[in-house]
Ligand binder design. Sequence first.
Ligand code: SF4
Ligand code: SF4
Length: 338
Amino acid sequence: MSAMPEPVNNIANQIDQYHASKQGKPRGHMGVSLLGHHCDRWLWLNFRWAVVEDFDGRILRLFRRGHREEDMIIRDLRSIGIDVRGAQRSVSFGSHVSGSLDAIIEKGVPESPKKRHVAEFKTHSKKSFDDVVKNGVEKSKPMHYVQMQIYMHGTELQRALYFAICKDDDRIYTERVKYDKDVALKYIARGQRIAMSDRMPEPVSGDPSWYQCKFCPAHAFCHKAKPTKRVNCRTCAHTTAMPDSTWRCERHDADNIPEEFQHEGCDDHVLHPDLVPWVMTPSDDGHSVTWRIGDREVKNGTGGYKSREIISHPEVCGDPVVEAVKALFPDAEVTNAS
Ligand code: SF4
Ligand code: SF4
């Protein structure tokens, strides 16, 4: 007799579905932890909430485990006399770039007991852990290395302690990292430049099989000409990222759009031209644009199709039947609802 099939609605599935339904909102700032990423375009798409990675429940639980590990690491460091202060501290560099440190070590690191250190805690899979042990953090985990450089810059500390722990077998690896001002300034400037850019940066590669693109959440967007799936103020052509780390709406002549509002945007949203694969013609008043989608002209923005309609069903927007229905029922919307 063959094995009983696993019920789809089992406990593990239900727990993972619960966590998947609690996805957090994307962060508002250009995070220091990402600034060593290999692709300018990814940083821009992420900051603009244009491609947002929805994690499944298992991955979200893994993140939770990594986060909880921090308390245990701090307890272990204290148990050997290291004075570590775990309360998160933020560093901010202007033009949207900021981040939060795991902890500050006041004193007690054996190699240099009197020196204060930035502390960075990371959990690793076995493969990742073995690599960082073999090659050191700068080579093995450049994003973590850059993150620590910027934290050292922001706190005016000269040393960081990298604490890695292997999730498979609880091995610990630590490494002291020396402050390099040039690296810190270079990557802060990178984050500010990308955050302030109105236009999408070039891709790291135009080759869909390029190793750094293959598993990127933006793969379909970059390499299959898929439009963004997200409608919010940051994917809107009317918005501008301002140097004082706020966002301005040109359409409504409004400064400092509240972050909570940015997640939803408004019905005057116009899709940013870099985030869709269609040719655009602007209107005279600047309140709408017309997209060429296939053989149809589709007006988007005030008085036209809402961006959420176009994103959900670009293939029917502008269709004569849909136009006729909209003429009869002006509030009718193209939606996914059945
Ligand atoms: S798919 Fe490649 S080019 Fe596009 S954002 Fe990702 S890494 Fe960058
Ligand atoms: S037009 Fe609406 S969606 Fe666009 S930036 Fe202004 S408030 Fe946000």
